[in-house]
Design a protein around this ligand. Structure first.
Ligand SMILES: [Zn+2]
Ligand SMILES: [Zn+2]
Length: 441
């Protein structure tokens, strides 16, 4: 049926419509509509190269929609819509343009550039001149993603045959600590390997092992990849220099916990009358008569003259403690599980391991900045490491409340990155940091 024609202009509101949509003068409203997948809520891994997964990776998101009816040459205005809860510390999103003209089939595009800030949420509004309000795109939440490989150490030799394989729930437990800081832990292309048994790893052995494993671990997710290496033990060695003004020929240090993995004595010297230092003689270690694992260093001052006083110095290694894990910024993390597993074959569980693992990954992600406001300032920790989080609760006595505390143990807040002192807490450090240029494996 042909369209009706108003009988006269006096027909009022009806006079302006209907009209013929095929004519250029048609005043029919044009409506901006977002095209899938820009209509739904999504996450975006902003730190990873776009080319790896264009639909999900990269800070730049090309947002596409069209006008209906589908006509070219229509002007569309865009606006950025940040979620009211966004906490950004100076970062923000941006649009490539605020106005476009639709092309063939009424299609239009604008590029949304997301900030690095993990957890921030964004939409884009699009409207034509005749729309009362913008059409909002689906919400995009900023995430970051890193990849992992797990390297199990072979079992200890018979007859012990102690398994050093990782617990099956290790990664799922780990993810629970990284969800709150919007970092996805994903299996890498090469995600598993094994390495021969070693009873103990010194710092030098860890370095050697890391280098050899790194070569084989490199894959198409490098350098956004970490290697979680399970091991038996990698205890903590420390060095101490004992000094004395000796009045006898035979001298001895106090007893200390023996370090059996490298030579105990680093140097043992006495000061000659001309002020220079020379080696002591008869340097040896002597086990404590009753305390297992304790020993001391003994030595003799050559040519000692009775009644004289001679300066001596003996520098030695001793075991300071047992490490749960070792990490760093290189992307290789050592998890020491031998002790727990010898005590209980079902231990450690993924949940138990996640504290040490989260802590080491925290280091690998740049925690904790060595600023006075951040680090644990307890003098007790000065010789150990200053790069740990000192946040504690307000309770009496104050309790540590962060996984970046320098010791293992505890539960609840001790399993998570602290987040209650933004911006200067561990969670917000992780959320604001751009991880586009990780240089792990
Ligand atoms: Zn640490
Ligand atoms: Zn913290």
């Amino acid at each position: 049926m042909p369209k009706q024609t108003p009988a006269s202009p006096s027909a009022g509101a009806d006079a302006a419509s209907p009209c013929d949509a095929t004519t250029a003068e048609c005043p029919l409203p044009k409506v901006w509509v977002w095209d899938p997948p820009h209509t739904g809520a999504r996450v975006r891994f902003v730190n990873l190269p776009h080319d790896w997964d264009p639909a999900n990776n990269g800070a730049d998101v090309e947002m596409v929609g069209h006008v209906e009816p589908r006509v070219a040459g229509e002007s569309v205005t865009f606006n950025l819509i940040g979620h009211p809860d966004n906490y950004l510390e100076g970062q923000t999103a941006a649009l490539s343009t605020t106005t476009i003209t639709t092309g063939a089939n009424g299609v239009g595009k604008v590029t949304l550039t997301l900030p690095a800030y993990g957890g921030s949420r964004w939409k884009v509004g699009g409207r034509t001149a005749t729309m009362a309000a913008p059409a909002q795109s689906g919400e995009i939440t900023v995430w970051r993603k890193v990849f992992y490989q797990v390297t199990d150490m072979d079992s200890s030799p018979a007859p012990e045959n102690l398994s050093l394989a990782h617990p099956s729930d290790m990664i799922s437990a780990l993810q629970a600590a990284f969800d709150p800081v919007f970092i996805k832990i994903a299996a890498s292309t090469k995600s598993s390997a094994s390495t021969p048994y070693q009873a103990h790893l010194t710092a030098a052995q860890r370095s050697t092992l890391e280098s050899s494993l790194r070569t084989a671990a490199v894959d198409d997710r490098s350098p956004y990849k970490m290697n979680i290496v399970m091991c038996d033990r990698a205890d903590i060695v420390a060095e101490q220099e004992w000094t004395a003004a000796a009045t006898t020929a035979d001298v001895a240090t106090p007893y200390f916990q023996r370090w059996g993995h490298e030579p105990t004595v680093i140097h043992a010297q006495y000061q000659k009358s001309d002020g220079s230092w020379a080696p002591l003689s008869a340097v040896s270690t002597q086990a404590h008569a009753s305390s297992t694992g304790q020993e001391r260093v003994k030595a003799t001052i050559p040519g000692f003259a009775a009644g004289s006083t001679v300066n001596v110095r003996i520098k030695y290694r001793y075991q300071r403690g047992n490490a749960g894990g070792w990490g760093g910024t290189t992307g290789t993390l050592f998890m020491c599980i031998g002790r727990q597993r010898r005590a209980n074959a079902a231990k450690p569980t993924g949940a138990e391991l996640q504290q040490a693992l989260t802590h080491e990954i925290g280091h690998a992600l740049g925690l904790v900045p060595n600023a006075a406001a951040w680090r644990d300032t307890d003098p007790r920790d000065a010789p150990y490491s200053l790069k740990h989080c000192g946040y504690k609760t307000a309770a009496t006595p104050a309790q540590p409340r962060c996984v970046m505390w320098f010791m293992l143990g505890g539960s609840g807040a001790r399993l998570r990155f602290c987040s209650s002192d933004r911006p200067d807490d561990c969670a917000h450090f992780l959320m604001r940091t751009s991880y586009t240029s990780l240089s792990w494996i």
